[in-house]
Design a protein around this ligand. Structure first.
Ligand code: LLP
Length: 427
C-alpha cells in the first residue's frame, strides 16, 4: 500500500505514525492518506486524458458507497470527479461536500419517488434505470416537477465477472439491470415516455475484478447495443462501463488502471472510427474500491490475548460492526503491527468483542504482540466505514485524513448517547 510504511520502526500513514493518531483520537480509527486518494484518482484521470477523444469525452464518477466521508468526496470533487450514487442520502452528501450534481449519476434498483424528485431538482447528469416499472415511475415524477429526466438503462450483459458471488452483478440470475435480450424493447418504452430523455447506456458487472477481460467483453456487448439502438432511431450520448477494478489485499495482482483504460479506449476509438462513423460518445466510469480501498487502514488496539490449546486469540477493540468484510465475505485483510517487537511471534486469530463467532477480522496471523499494542487492518478504505453498524450499541469509529505530516479528524467517534438519541420511551 503506497503511502503507508514503517518509519523508524513505527507504521505510518504518509509522515504520521499511527501511534500518534491512536494517542490523539483513540481506537478503533479509520486512517486515510490524502496522497493515496489523489494518486488513485489521477490514474483514471490521466488515462482518460491520454486516450479519450476530446477534453470532455470521459468522466470518472466515483462510487460514493465505497467511502462516503465528506472529506473524501470534497477531495475527489476538487480533482474533477463526478459521483455515482445509490440513494438520496448520497446525493445530499455529494452536495454538502461541494460536488457538482450535474456530474452525478444515480444507480440502484429501488429508487423511491422522493429520491427521484430530489435528484431531478438538482439536475443530475443521469438516472441509471434498471426496470420498466422504474421508467414509468421516473416519467411520472419528472412530469410532476416539470422536467425531462435524463436516463440510461443498466443492461445486464450476462458476463461472468469471476469474483465473489455476493459482489458479482452481471449474470442473468442477478437482480441487477435489464436482461440483455430485453434491452432494445425496454429502450423503446423509455423513448416513448414524454418526460424521459434517453441519453446513455450503463452496465456494471461486479466488484474486485482482477482481470479486465470480462469488462472488455461487457464493453463489446454494450457497443453492439449502441449501434442497434442508433439504427432504431435512439442515438446515445454516453456509455457507462461501471466500476469493479480490484485491488491487492494479499497477493492479488489486479490489472493496472492505465492498462485497462488503454485497452478499453482502443476498442472504443476503433469502433468510433469504423462502425460508429466518427460520432462522439462520452465514456463514464464508476470506480470505488480502486480509488479508496488501498488509501485507508483501520487502527485498533489489542485488549486481551487468549492462548489456548488449539488456538490463540488476539481480542482487539475493532469488530465486525466496524469492518464487516471478513464476517460477510470471508474477506482477507492484511494485519500490521504498528510497533514492531523483537519477541517471538505466535499465530493468532484477530477477533472483536462482539457476541458472534463470525466476529473476526483476520485468521491465523503471525504476530508478536502484547495487550495494549496497536494493529493496522490493511486495505480498509473501501466498504469499511460505509458498511459499519452500531451492533452491540458500539459507536462507529473515528475517521482521520493524513496529509503529509498533518492530520485532520474528518469524523468524530460516535458516543453511546448519539446512538439512542432518536429513540424514545413509551408514554
Ligand atoms: N457501480 C455500481 C452500480 C455498483 O453497484 C458498484 C459497487 C460500483 C459502481 C463500484 O464498484 P467498485 O469499483 O467499488 O468495485 N461491499 C462489497 C462490494 C460491493 C460492491 C457493490 N457495488 C465489498 O466489500 O467487497
Amino acid at each position: 500500500m503506497p503511502h503507508f510504511s514503517y518509519r523508524d520502526g513505527e507504521f505510518c500513514a504518509e509522515a504520521v505514525s499511527l501511534k500518534t493518531i491512536a494517542q490523539r483520537f483513540g481506537t478503533p480509527t479509520y486512517v486515510y492518506s490524502k496522497a493515496a486518494l489523489i494518486d488513485n484518482f489521477s490514474a483514471y484521470a490521466q488515462a482518460c486524458r491520454q486516450h479519450a477523444r476530446g477534453a470532455d469525452a470521459a468522466l470518472v464518477c466515483y462510487s460514493v458507497k465505497s467511502n462516503s466521508n465528506l472529506a473524501v468526496l470534497s477531495l475527489l470533487a476538487s480533482q474533477g470527479s463526478g459521483f455515482d450514487i445509490v440513494s438520496g442520502g448520497e446525493l445530499l452528501r455529494v452536495i454538502a461536500a461541494g460536488g457538482d450534481p450535474r456530474k452525478v449519476i444515480f444507480s440502484g434498483v429501488g429508487k423511491s419517488r422522493e429520491e427521484m424528485r430530489l435528484a431531478l431538482e438538482h439536475d443530475i447528469l443521469c438516472f441509471n434505470v434498471e426496470s420498466i416499472p422504474e421508467l414509468h415511475r421516473l416519467n411520472e415524477v419528472a412530469a410532476g416537477v416539470g422536467k425531462k429526466a435524463p436516463v440510461s438503462l443498466r443492461v445486464n450483459p450476462n458476463v461472468d465477472a469471476k469474483t465473489h458471488p455476493y459482489i458479482s452483478t452481471g449474470l442473468k440470475e442477478n437482480k441487477f439491470g435489464v436482461a440483455y435480450e430485453d434491452t432494445l424493447s425496454t429502450y423503446q418504452v423509455a423513448a416513448s415516455l414524454e418526460n424521459l430523455h434517453v441519453v446513455g447506456i450503463d452496465c456494471h458487472i461486479g466488484s474486485q475484478l482482477l482481470d479486465d477481460a470480462p469488462l472488455l467483453e461487457a464493453l463489446d456487448k454494450v457497443i453492439e447495443l449502441v449501434d442497434q439502438l442508433e439504427a432504431l432511431g435512439i442515438p446515445l450520448h454516453h456509455l457507462d462501463i461501471g466500476g469493479g477494478l480490484g485491488i491487492t489485499y494479499d497477493e492479488e495482482q489486479p490489472v493496472a488502471v492505465g492498462d485497462y483504460l488503454g485497452r478499453l479506449f482502443a476498442r472504443i476509438n476503433a469502433w468510433r472510427d469504423g462502425k460508429h462513423q466518427g460520432k462522439p460518445i462520452k465514456v463514464l466510469f464508476e470506480p470505488g474500491r480502486s480509488i479508496v480501498g488501498n488509501a485507508g487502514v483501520l487502527v485498533t488496539e489489542v485488549q486481551y490475548l487468549k492462548h489456548g490449546a488449539s488456538k490463540n486469540f488476539a481480542i482487539v477493540d475493532a469488530a465486525m460492526n466496524d469492518l464487516m468484510r471478513p464476517a460477510m465475505y470471508e474477506a482477507w485483510h492484511g494485519v500490521k503491527q504498528v510497533t514492531q517487537r523483537a519477541e517471538e511471534a505466535r499465530i493468532y486469530d484477530v477477533v472483536g468483542p462482539v457476541c458472534e463467532s463470525g466476529d473476526w477480522l483476520a485468521r491465523s496471523r503471525s504476530l508478536a504482540i502484547e495487550s495494549g499494542d496497536l494493529l493496522a487492518i490493511m486495505s480498509a478504505g473501501a466498504y469499511g466505514m460505509t458498511m459499519a453498524s452500531n451492533y452491540n450499541t458500539r459507536g462507529r469509529a473515528a475517521e482521520v485524513m493524513v496529509d503529509g505530516d498533518q492530520l485532520h479528524l474528518v469524523r468524530k467517534r460516535e458516543n453511546p448517547a448519539d446512538l439512542f438519541a432518536l429513540e424514545s420511551l413509551l408514554p
